[in-house]
Design a protein around this ligand. Structure first.
Ligand SMILES: O=C[C@H](O)COP(=O)(O)O
Length: 262
């Protein structure tokens, strides 16, 4: 059964090693006692820096929080100095991996082809790819949907041709909203996330969870309601109290929809 709501966090390169472990322990404590996680219909994942993955896996053991990497290589083994394979991430216990973040495109010149190859490698290694996409400049919601649909097809197309149709999450992150003071408006996010999910459900990519990232923090989920599949959090999850506030909103949202369905 697919989760109803997804909350992911990328710590990017903000935290040190001990800081990452301390944050993870605090979040594990919050999550373990939070009613939002009781029924298992919320999906939670965290992407720390690579050297902290083992410790983060340990911190979240016995919690519903899954751990993954912020990047991976497209081959499974070989002479690729400095890279990490999906095979090793899977072997360690990772369940997810982030692919194609805008910062990787900008600073490391990642291309659509490389992102597609990484997506294929993630699926080949039983990892759920969290594929990042989004327009560089502000545009209309319709244009943003078109660009994101194209990026989704570019990323997932080669894997689908190989029959790798495993689970995948699309993180819609307009580049102009990443690292900004505030997220895109809830109206805009809602329109793009819904539009993207509907378009992908109609074509070969199948139904995909579409979550929003870009200066997301407390308050946004309540504004969005069910128009997005959840959030991909960055800076505004660094304070454990903020993470808890977002989980509180998730609980309210999940509860409201349960009542609505009942
Ligand atoms: O990976 C997360 C997104 O890029 C958002 O980061 P941010 O909320 O710090 O802008």
């Amino acid at each position: 059964m697919k989760p109803e709501l997804t909350l992911g966090v990328s710590l990017k390169m903000y935290f040190g090693y001990q800081q990452t472990l301390e944050w993870s322990r605090q979040i594990a404590e919050i999550v373990s006692h939070h009613p939002a996680t009781r029924d298992g219909n919320i999906e939670l994942f965290v992407f720390p820096s690579l050297p902290a993955i083992a410790g983060t896996l340990e911190a979240f053991r016995d919690t519903p929080v899954k751990v993954g990497a912020q990047n991976m290589f497209w081959e499974d083994t070989g002479a690729y100095t400095g890279e990490v394979s999906g095979a090793m991430l899977h072997e360690m216990g990772c369940g997810y991996v982030e692919i194609g973040h805008a910062e990787r495109r900008r600073y490391f010149a990642e291309t659509d082809r490389q992102i597609a190859d990484k997506t294929t490698a993630a699926l080949r290694n039983q990892l759920i790819p969290v594929i990042c996409m989004g327009e560089a400049e502000r545009c209309s919601a319709a244009e943003a949907i078109e660009q994101a649909v194209e990026q989704a097809h570019q990323a997932l197309g080669p894997a689908e041709k190989l029959g790798l149709t495993g689970d995948a999450i699309l993180a819609y992150e307009p580049q102009w909203a990443i690292g900004a003071k505030e997220p895109a408006s809830a109206e805009f996010i809602g329109e793009v996330c819904q539009g993207l999910a509907e378009r992908l459900a109609r074509d070969a990519s199948g139904a995909r969870r579409v979550i929003y990232g870009g200066s997301a923090g407390p308050g946004l989920l309540s504004q969005l309601g069910r128009r997005s599949g959840g959030l991909f959090l960055g800076r505004f999850s660094h304070q454990p109290a903020a993470y808890k506030a977002i989980l509180d909103e998730a609980f309210t949202l999940l509860n409201a929809s349960t009542k609505g369905n009942g």
